[in-house]
Design a protein around this ligand. Structure first.
Ligand code: NAI
Length: 506
């Protein structure tokens, strides 16, 4: 297969540049490395060749291919050596004026039809290209770390980029074994924009004192199937990387409340507790192993009270069946008896409000999150309100743990942990569709491959019910009186008919 670009250059041979160079050489291109630090260039060449040696050892590449790849990889002594390149991918320091100056220099060196691509994750492609003679040949080509394993790349057109440039880069991405997604030149493009919901909402929950880091991580992994909890993820990425991204996207969107960062990460960054790489983040690491606090034990309850379930509970029939399966004594009267544990299952509303509106005794009222089908989760989440008696809380905890399923008890807030985080992810994602930053199909691909979520946000919204997600958001908007939870018009309009209308051309 003939590569779209026979000869490419990678300028900036750090973590990203070397990954890009590796997969480009594997796709059959001649690859020239250039870095202002000659030592970095030599280290990159060494690292890439040893990667190929490892792939050979593991039998993933054969000896002839490895030899051919090595022969195609070379280092330049000066920028002028890049004159014959068909494509230059820039992966240097993330500073607009430095990138713009490099591209201006490259314009004087490469052919007028050579493509100039930037691996920037946060700068505007339009701004990088603004002062060039030929801005139409500049595009974003945003890979993820580590490049050979993260099989997605965002292809971004600046305002003046010619569409053929993006078509060529997309085709080349496929030749490198990656999936291209096309994004408009907007802050965070797709992946870093769509990723705002997960950590930011989890941080808000912590900041409200509703649950601690470890509990939130457990809930999101066990209920919604995320591979890593938001705090485990932030520890892995490290706050010196992720906190500035949160701030940058928030400011670039002119302080849009949906993206508001948290003082928690600002303070922890200032204190140097940035994550796994320094041995301390949200968790402490001993020999690189997170020290996770143990779960609170299931309380011993002698006299289990009867249970009454609010007629307005979400998934009420399922909840009643679950209680039956757990051997609960269920009350069927119109209102709970004097002794009954009173269960409510709101979407978005806090337990206190529900108890007041439904005229229930708050001291005996406990909430359960029924957004997700109980059979599909590995954990049940209960919430108290400020008046809930300890015996009622313990009874609910013991009852729902009877079959051995894990139970977390959190404090009251608008929306449970999973409801809040899922609704925020879906809302931000549908807003990305609304803004036409990318197609719904590319959004799903970018998020599953770039963020490793169990499902794309639209599929997630569909699975848990678009009307449920909308209900969570509407009610949270009421509880918090904050526009950050206002549903995107895209979500509001599609709420009733399903989110994954991927064939829709709008
Ligand atoms: P890095 O610090 O590992 O490597 C940057 C390299 O560029 C260094 O070797 C440096 O000597 C060289 N360099 C700096 N200025 C230069 C210039 N004017 N000309 C030639 N070489 C120059 O950085 P990293 O992490 O590889 O990031 C590179 C770019 O990729 C940045 O724009 C970053 O935002 C972006 N990016 C980084 C990701 C990551 O996870 N590290 C993910 C996606 C994008």
């Amino acid at each position: 297969m003939k590569p779209v670009y026979a000869h490419i250059a990678v300028v900036g041979t750090g973590a990203m540049g070397r990954g890009i160079a590796q997969i480009a050489a594997q796709a059959g291109s001649t690859v020239t490395l250039y870095d202002t630090q000659p030592a970095a260039m030599a280290a990159a060449q060494q690292a890439i060749t040893s990667q190929w040696d490892k792939l050979l050892e593991k039998g993933r590449m054969d000896a002839a291919t490895v030899a051919a790849c090595k022969a195609r990889l070379q280092c330049a002594s000066t920028l002028a050596d890049l004159a014959s390149c068909d494509l230059v991918v820039e992966a240097i320091v993330e500073r607009l004026e430095v990138k713009a100056a490099l591209f201006a220099q490259l314009e004087e060196i490469v052919r007028p039809d050579a493509v100039l691509a930037s691996n920037t994750s946060s700068l505007s492609i339009t701004a990088i290209a603004a002062k060039l003679k030929h801005p139409q040949r500049v595009a974003g080509y945003h890979f993820f770390n580590p490049v050979p394993l993260m099989k997605v790349v965002e292809v971004i057109a600046g305002l003046k980029t010619e569409s053929t440039v993006c078509t060529g880069l997309s085709e080349y991405a496929r030749q490198m074994g990656h999936t291209p997604v096309t994004a408009q030149d907007t802050p965070g493009f797709i992946v870093n924009h769509a990723g705002r919901g997960y950590g930011t909402e989890a941080l808000r929950i912590v900041s409200e004192g509703v649950a601690d880091f470890a509990t939130i991580d457990r809930i999101l992994k066990d209920q919604a199937g995320f591979k890593l909890g938001p705090f485990e993820l932030m520890d892995l990425t490290a706050l010196d990387v992720s906190h500035p991204v949160m701030e940058s996207i928030y400011h670039q969107y002119y302080e849009e409340p949906r993206y508001r960062p948290s003082v928690i990460t600002a303070q922890r960054l200032a204190g140097g507790m940035v994550g796994r790489k320094v041995g301390e983040g949200f968790y402490r690491y001993d020999n690189n192993v997170a020290q996770v606090p143990p779960e609170p034990p299931v309380p011993q309850v002698q006299d289990m009270p009867p249970v009454w379930v609010s007629p307005r509970a979400a998934r009420r029939a399922e909840l009643l069946q679950l209680l039956k399966d757990l051997g609960a004594k269920i009350e069927t009267g119109q209102s709970p008896s004097m002794h009954a544990l009173t269960l409510v299952a709101p979407l978005g509303f806090d337990i206190t409000t529900v108890a007041v509106v439904e005229r229930l005794d708050p001291a005996r009222t406990v909430g359960i999150d029924m957004l997700i089908d109980d059979a599909a989760t590995k954990r049940r989440v209960l919430a108290t309100n400020p008046a809930t008696r300890a015996d009622m809380r313990d009874a609910a905890h013991a009852l729902f743990a009877r079959d051995g399923k894990a139970v977390s008890v959190i404090r009251d807030s608008g929306g449970f942990v999973t409801q809040r985080v899922v609704a925020t992810i879906v809302n931000i994602a549908t807003d990305i569709c609304q803004q036409r930053i990318c197609t719904p199909a590319d959004l799903e691909t970018a998020v599953t491959l770039g963020l490793g979520y169990p499902l794309g946000p639209l599929a997630m919204g569909n699975l848990y019910g678009p009307t449920n997600v909308l209900e969570v958001l509407f009610n949270m908007q009421t509880v918090y009186g904050d526009t950050r939870y206002r549903p995107s018009p895209w979500l509001r309009r599609r709420g009733a008919i399903g989110l994954s209308l991927l064939h829709e051309e709008e």
